[in-house]
Design a protein around this ligand. Sequence first.
Ligand SMILES: [Zn+2]
Length: 214
Amino acid sequence: MSFKALNICDSIVYTIDYWERNLTNVTPYCPVCGEVTEIRAAGSTVMKTHFFHSTQGTNCPSIIENHSKYALLTPTTLDTTNGNQLINWTKINIWHLYSKCKKILKNRLQFKEFSAMLEKAKENKIWYYKGLNTNTLPYVLIVNFGIFPKIEGRSEEVWYIFDKKMYGDNLFLQKKITHIWRVTKLDIERIELDYDTSDTGKHYAWINFQSFYK
Ligand SMILES: [Zn+2]
């Protein structure tokens, strides 16, 4: 159930209100999985009009029951050199990274939740994905965390995912990731990747720091 759909003729995502007014003869597609959707509950007084996946038993990641299949899994081959560099970079730039994650989460991220995100990244070894870099890191930490619960200032559960077509062994190698989706039970929102780490501390400074200050 969503209130937005993709028009494949112009590749633009429209709201249900706009669709009902201007696009009634156009087939709506789910922007996340690319499957056909249809308008449901039009004119209903008990339920808001929404887009509904036409395929029975859809495995779209925008549906909460399917979410865990699309959280990141442990990479099959580990790039330990790159992973250790990312970890050292994080040690130096932890506040910068936290601030970006908080911004992606609409300024609702407690530091203890951020800490839990780092813990989960360790459990799943996601630091060691081949091709993962600092610009992509906050989004990956957030997708990997799973469902962020309702807390003070966050009125509903929210989770973040990549496009369904992006998932695969070489997630960070072959395809350029341009966006992720912010999903709640009632809405989806596209978030462009715009994290710039060019002015942050360099990973090798941590190694130097350790050797100087033993
Ligand atoms: Zn879908």
